[in-house]
Design a protein around this ligand. Structure first.
Ligand code: G4P
Length: 531
């Protein structure tokens, strides 16, 4: 056992996902509150400003008042060292959101009890399923009118294809919200309005066996209904099984109200007990165990211009094994160089803290002079292995890019290539021509604005974007066996290639994908590329 095993084992690294407005920021804030990282009064008063300070680095974010980038927060609670990876909370989110999930060991999904499963939850969920990331569900806003509880669970099961196991059960909602029934303790925890969390609530615990007190407290009809629902629930819901949770097949569910601090700490405690220590990661030489190996990490995100005065880029990496020491030499495998990581830092709310050490499970940001790419491996100089790449997710929006001033060709190509290298956009070319025509693909349409803004502000290049109707992209898995010139597609199909020269197909309609597969025997198409 290494001396740092204990440090690694107390780490919990998770992403927090939700549809915008479900209460992700509020819940995160309450977690920080319990961890003592922020105080009660400050959190409520300064919310609007704090929210911006946490992750809004770019001008464009301020202009539009939304958060484009993901941030990482670390705090201590009950002996655990917790890393929360925030995911952009706007429907125009980008690939970064997906990639952030690659750096997490589990995910907390926040659902608005009055809305149920929403579009963005669905998308992010697909990625969790792909990686078999355990998911913990917090059904929020129970102090407002919520949908029927059984229906909410049913929706999660049907829409997301995962079994649910409620850890507690709400008693009413909105004005009628009385508290929750704790299934493990078999008691009712009463809801106390905390005036939007500005003061501690005094929750009372009443065992359900004490019918008299229960009736006195929540009323006869609510008590009867609760006992009925609990019986139904015990018979109908999936049994709690930690292995199934950790395999991503079963999601524990808690109900509460983040705004009023109700049920948040209990959820956090349950979550910390059930979620995992930093997980091993797959590399070309096999699984790398966090505590049994020296330092290694992979880059999952590159953020440009976090500090405008310095035009810097920060590469975010997830430490996968061992202990990182700011003075040590490391190998950047893809760059083929041994080096020291410059200005290693941790992003804590609105401050950046230069750090001297960090452990597997932690996320660090390092100054990037333009050498890192998404998916790169960093390890000890004597090692030389690569972590499994981060998949390139299928863009869903495409546009043709035209320069306004064609004299600035060089800056244009440099700018667009650098922005693509950071992973903010994907660029493609016509299959048969050169770089003359560039097609940009993005996961969220906001990225088009970001591209235009950045090219103008950082590279002094003005562009025009012409939207293209394509919505579906497919990589050709067996490209060596396919003759692109003979490929028979549909009339809405377009052949392009990525910057590595890999052939791809763009389609307007999803049925054309199936049609093309039918027309070309042996053709294998994939939705994301693992290069
Ligand atoms: P997000 O990060 O998922 O986008 O959501 P956020 O936490 O910003 O919450 C969105 C809105 O929902 C906020 O109101 C917030 O106060 C409210 N909210 C969050 N949790 C609860 C809850 O448990 N109960 C109730 N009733 N409301 C909740 P807002 O009006 O948009 O912002 P603000 O003026 O309160 O700051």
């Amino acid at each position: 056992m290494n001396h740092y095993t204990e440090e690694i084992n107390r780490r919990r690294t998770f992403a927090i996902i939700s549809h915008p407005d479900a209460g992700k920021t509020t819940l995160t804030e309450k977690f920080l509150l319990y961890g003592g990282a922020i105080n009660l009064a400050g959190s409520v008063k300064g919310k609007a400003t704090a929210r911006h300070a946490v992750s809004d680095w770019m001008e464009i974010e301020k202009e539009r008042g939304i958060s484009v980038t993901s941030s990482v927060l670390q705090f201590e609670y009950g002996g655990y060292c917790i890393n929360i990876l925030d995911t952009p909370g706007h429907q125009d989110f980008s690939e970064d959101t997906y990639r952030t999930l690659m750096a997490a060991d589990s995910a907390v999904m926040v659902i608005d009890g009055g809305k149920g499963v929403e579009a963005q939850t669905r998308k992010l969920f697909k990625v969790c399923v792909m990686r078999r990331i355990p998911i913990f569900t917090f059904i929020n806003k129970m102090d407002r009118d919520a949908n029927d509880t059984f229906e909410l669970l049913d929706e999660i099961e049907k829409e997301l294809g995962i079994a649910t196991c409620p850890l507690n059960w709400p008693i009413g909602s909105g004005k009628e919200f009385k508290g929750v029934y704790d299934r493990e303790k078999k008691c009712v925890i009463s809801y106390a309005d905390t005036e939007k969390g500005t003061r501690e609530g005094t929750a009372t615990e009443i065992p359900v066996s004490d019918e008299e007190r229960l009736t006195e407290f929540i009323g006869k009809s609510a008590a009867d209904r609760l006992l009925e629902e609990v019986e139904l629930l015990d018979g109908a819901s999936a049994e709690f099984d930690l292995e199934q949770v950790q395999a991503g097949n079963l999601t524990p569910v808690c109900f509460g109200s983040a705004l009023t601090n109700f049920g948040v700490e209990i959820f956090l405690q349950h979550f910390l007990k059930m979620t995992t220590t930093p997980l091993p990661r797959r590399a070309d030489k096999g699984l790398i165990q966090p505590a049994e190996n020296e330092f290694s990490a992979f880059v999952f995100k590159i953020q440009a211009n976090m500090n405008k005065a310095h035009r810097d880029r920060v590469a975010f990496m997830r430490i996968c094994s061992g202990r990182f020491d700011a003075n040590m030499e490391v190998r950047h495998v893809q760059g083929g160089k041994v080096m020291r990581l410059s200005q290693p830092q941790q992003i804590m709310a609105d401050e950046r803290k230069i750090l001297s050490e960090a452990f597997a499970g932690d996320i660090i940001g390092v100054f990037d002079p333009g050498i890192f790419s998404i998916g790169d491996t960093i390890c000890m100089p004597k090692e030389n292995f690569r972590y499994e790449g981060i998949p390139t997710f299928a863009p869903e929006h495409f546009a043709r890019v035209r320069q306004v001033d064609t004299m600035k060709r060089k800056q244009f190509v440099k700018g667009i290539e650098q922005i693509a290298q950071e992973g903010a956009i994907q660029i493609f070319q016509e299959f048969n021509t050169g770089l003359e025509e560039i097609i940009v693909g993005v996961v969220g349409v906001l990225q088009f604005d970001v591209l235009k803004y950045r090219l103008e502000n950082e590279y002094n290049v003005e562009i025009r974007l012409e939207n293209l109707p394509y919505e579906h992209i497919r990589w050709i898995e067996n490209k060596d066996e396919v003759d692109m010139t003979k490929l028979v597609g549909t009339s809405d199909m377009k052949k392009v290639k990525d910057m590595r020269g890999n052939p791809l197909l763009l389609f307007v309609n999803s049925w054309s994908v199936g049609m093309t597969l039918e027309r070309n025997e042996g053709l294998i198409l994939t939705e994301f590329s693992r290069n």
